[in-house]
Design a protein around this ligand. Sequence first.
Ligand code: NAD
Length: 271
Amino acid sequence: MTHPALSAGRGAIVTGAASGIGLALCKRFAAMSMKVCMADVALLDKAVEAVAEIAPGGRDNILACHTDVSSLDDMLGLRDAALNSFGEIGVLANNAVTRLENTTWENHDNWRRTFDVNLIGVVNGVQAFATQMIGQGFPSIIVNTGSKQGITNPPKNPAYNAAKAAVKSYTESLQHELRNTAGSQVTAHLLVPGWTITGTAKHVPGAWLPEQVVDYMMAALDRDDFYIICPDDETTSEMDRKRILWAAGDIVENRPPLSRWYPDFASSFEE
Ligand SMILES: NC(=O)c1ccc[n+]([C@@H]2O[C@H](COP(=O)([O-])OP(=O)(O)OC[C@H]3O[C@@H](n4cnc5c(N)ncnc54)[C@H](O)[C@@H]3O)[C@@H](O)[C@H]2O)c1
């Protein structure tokens, strides 16, 4: 059964809508005759055209908003614009991301911007929309996009990993609070894509297409799954389970952090 939040006529907000998984989400929602609000800091014209081609109602039910998710004012403006056009919100997908160079002890400005967009952008989305969505009194969905890097913490890009780990923690707390809020029919979900080629990059064997991530997410939302951990053509769900357990094992087995990439433990991890 399709989730009632994902049905024709409902409003969908997608941040980071100009590219990749965000654009694929907009296309899918539009194809289902949902009203789609596309938010991004990048130019949206081409993306809107691509979505309008698929939408049964053409451009009519598509709203494009230049929005920087790191600004609460922008997100409140986005909420007002969407409510003004659609009247209600069925789905909020906090998907926007920035990827900036960083190491643990360098690039302070990039650390700030990474957290402002990748974590506070999600918090801003929830703080702008959740009260309205709860008050509507019918089923609605908030999907926050995390990353396996926020769970298994691989070497390199520590700012991205740390922000995505915080998105996971934040979204778990959000779902707990929503579940314990009287009258709330809003649920939160953590979407964790696998390796997905997006933007202008050429597709590479092993990676998934953004549309495969959306297929996987839609099926998981129909089951009301909270953790939506996508595999790809290189990493199976079973491999993901073992990698996640290994990372948790670093703590309970008193191994060094990131032991998977530590020569002393590499062979036991491989086993
Ligand atoms: N592609 C992957 O392999 C992969 C893997 C794991 C997780 N993810 C996550 O999936 C989500 C989508 O990733 P993608 O690869 O499709 O991204 P992408 O780079 O294709 O698109 C990201 C979009 O976010 C927009 N954006 C950047 N900063 C913004 C801001 N401040 N406000 C509003 N919009 C902003 C960009 O302009 C861009 O259009 C991200 O949260 C990412 O972390 C992706």
